[in-house]
Write a protein that binds this ligand. Structure first.
Ligand code: HEM
Length: 115
């Protein structure tokens, strides 16, 4: 079961990397470009792997801080919600890309510093 947890953590970290990469991809595409779908895929991967990690906690002998997980869940729902609402827009608001990146950094900080 430890291998499954490590595999999920591995995918979870790749998902974080993908979201960080999306910031640069979006910046490179320019202010007039539509929102890249990678934001949706990255946040969905974080949600799925995160929920799986928590769901399997009794089997993987992990004891996660539920308040911390709740905050991370809320932040990822805000990210995915902002992405879903703006995906169909031809030109997203200029604040959107830095806001999404800020929320990703916030969740990374919560993951690392909130013990
Ligand atoms: C943008 C969204 C997210 C980012 C950037 C993120 C980032 C991270 C990072 C960097 C770690 C490793 C921390 C460490 O080992 O010290 C981690 C671990 C973890 N995350 Fe997330 N996370 C996100 C969303 C979520 C969500 C939505 C959940 C649950 C619903 C979740 C649940 C977990 C759990 C349970 C771990 C611990 C895994 C373990 O070591 O066994 N994460 N996250």
């Amino acid at each position: 079961m430890e291998f499954v947890r490590l595999l999920l953590v591995f995918l979870h970290l790749l998902g974080m990397g993908m979201l960080v990469a999306m910031f640069f991809v979006q910046r490179r595409a320019g202010a007039d470009a539509p929102l890249n779908k990678g934001w949706l895929h990255g946040s969905a991967l974080q949600l799925l792997t995160g929920v799986a990690l928590v769901g399997l906690a009794p089997l993987t002998d992990q004891d996660y801080n539920h308040l911390k997980i709740g905050v991370k869940l809320l932040v990822v729902v805000v990210i995915a919600g902002l992405v879903a609402v703006n995906l169909s827009k031809p030109k997203p608001a200029t604040w959107l890309t830095p806001a999404l990146a800020g929320l990703v950094v916030l969740n990374t900080g919560v993951a690392v510093f909130w013990t």
